[in-house]
Design a protein around this ligand. Structure first.
Ligand SMILES: N[C@@H](CCC(=O)N[C@@H](CS)C(=O)NCC(=O)O)C(=O)O
Length: 448
């Protein structure tokens, strides 16, 4: 049980981003870093309307309430807040280990904002009545838990069924895509690009499988930010899901085992961070040792595991060109007459933000062409990406000359990798301010 004055983590078990912060908070608590503990609170519709929206202006989960009443929306901010309040054990290597630090931020970004397409595709592609395999009932049950928590099982499912029809048009996603089905199109996953997105996710999973064959976590024998980031796509939408979960276990058993290990639950065989393995001494006494790889620690000397580099290569091959273009598109929009300086900007990851649909769909000013695996598509631009890149730029700025050289050495092995060192300047035309759950433009910075 959490102690007095504990944190409250408002979340859903089936939420993409909640899997990231839940596993993070559990790690901090179990390793002695979160003295008061945390309570995982099911964010039912009543709580979202009556508490989360009034406190942050956002209906998204997860959100965190600190013991002193501070309210935090967004997984990146939740982790940054807790790292600063509870530095030990760290999940960010920091400026003294710049290569591992940057690798952690990039894996987190890839997991949160690129793998999200595959995660949502897996959840909603198999939810159509009449298809096989079909996990519609499973999905209805998990959504019913938040929409109508006091009803009996059948009625909970029925509430979710009605919601899926009303919000997502689930009976006709091909002719009238709404909600999550519109969201996939807005993120550039359409008939033309769908197979390229699938190939991309298989490539990512294969590289992770290879990595976890050697190391138990992204940086070695303890989890880091990138591990918790990867829990977003891999926990609720793959591992825990009735259809993709089976496929993950069959084809990627090491990734499956890593999910158990990083989640820290039911992980006896997977071996987790606070576990010991034992051998017997000559008197048959138990002799403990860390249960995880690499002596239960991150690799020393700021080494990024060689098997993690191919994952970072995917970030640079696929995601970076899209992020780079999105900075340009967003800066042009902010500088245009269509935007009033200081006004709100769309900040959602998945689906266009309410009120910004005309800009983020079709040929709107906040859309752009992109490529994935040789296929072309068009997708929305969100200011959320620029805000997240500001965080990466801050990390880069915190490295000393030697640290920047070490990072440059690593970046030079990726396509256009060295461009990342220019990130701060590139973001000069679109500085973003976050207030609660909303993003706003700020006066452009001079880049000279
Ligand atoms: N950038 C946010 C994303 C949060 C988010 O999109 N959460 C999803 C659930 S995983 C949500 O609440 N979606 C509801 C909506 O957008 O209306 C974060 O990292 O916390």
């Amino acid at each position: 049980m959490p102690g007095p004055g504990h944190y409250r983590h408002y979340s859903w078990e089936h939420s993409y981003f909640s899997g990231k912060t839940r596993s993070y908070l559990r790690y901090k608590q179990r390793m002695g870093g979160l003295e008061t503990g945390f309570e995982d609170v099911l964010a039912t519709q009543d709580l979202i309307m009556g508490l989360l929206i009034p406190r942050s202006g956002s209906n998204t989960v997860p959100q965190l309430e600190a013991p002193d009443g501070t309210w935090i929306q967004d997984t990146a901010e939740i982790i940054d807040f807790c790292e600063s309040a509870h530095p030990s054990p760290p999940v960010l290597p920091g400026p003294s280990r710049p290569r591992q630090d940057l690798a952690s931020y990039l894996v987190e970004l890839l997991a949160d904002e690129w793998m999200v397409v595959h995660g949502f595709w897996e959840r909603w592609h198999f939810s159509l009545e009449g298809d096989w395999p079909c996990h519609l009932r499973f999905n209805e049950q998990q959504w019913g838990a938040i929409l109508n928590p006091n009803a009996d099982g059948e009625a909970r499912r029925a509430s979710a069924g009605q919601f899926f029809e009303l919000a997502f048009g689930i009976s006709q996603p091909h002719t009238d895509p709404r909600g999550v089905y519109a969201g996939l199109l807005q993120l550039g996953c359409d008939a033309n690009t769908e197979s390229a997105w699938e190939a991309s996710s298989l490539r990512i999973l294969k590289r992770l499988e290879e990595h976890f064959s050697v190391h138990d976590f992204t940086l070695g024998g303890l989890p880091a930010l990138g591990d918790f980031g990867l829990m977003a796509p891999l926990y609720a939408h793959l591992f825990r899901d009735a259809v993709p979960g089976g496929a993950l276990a069959l084809h990627f058993p090491l990734v499956t085992e890593w999910v158990e290990r990083t989640n820290g639950n039911n992980a006896l065989n997977a071996r987790t961070y606070d576990q010991k393995l034992y051998s017997l001494d000559e008197n048959s006494k138990l002799v403990p040792r860390p249960a995880t790889s690499d002596g239960g620690a991150w690799l020393d000397a700021d080494k990024v595991p060689a098997t993690l580099l191919p994952l970072l290569a995917i970030f640079f091959e696929e995601m970076w060109p899209v992020l780079r273009d999105s900075i340009r598109t967003l800066s042009a929009y902010i500088a245009s007459d269509a935007h009033v300086a200081g006004a709100e900007l769309p900040g959602k990851t998945f689906t266009a933000s309410p009120g910004f649909e005309h800009l983020q769909t079709g040929e709107g000013a906040l859309t752009q062409d992109f490529q994935i695996g040789g296929s072309s598509g068009r997708r929305m631009v969100t200011a959320y990406h620029a805000w997240r890149l500001q965080r990466v730029a801050r990390a880069l700025n915190s490295y000393d000359t030697q640290g920047r050289e070490a990072v440059a050495d690593m970046l030079s092995t990726f396509p256009d990798g060295l461009e990342l060192l220019e990130l701060d300047g590139m973001l000069g035309g679109c500085p973003i301010r976050k207030e609660g759950g909303q993003l706003f433009s700020q006066a452009p910075r001079s880049t000279t």
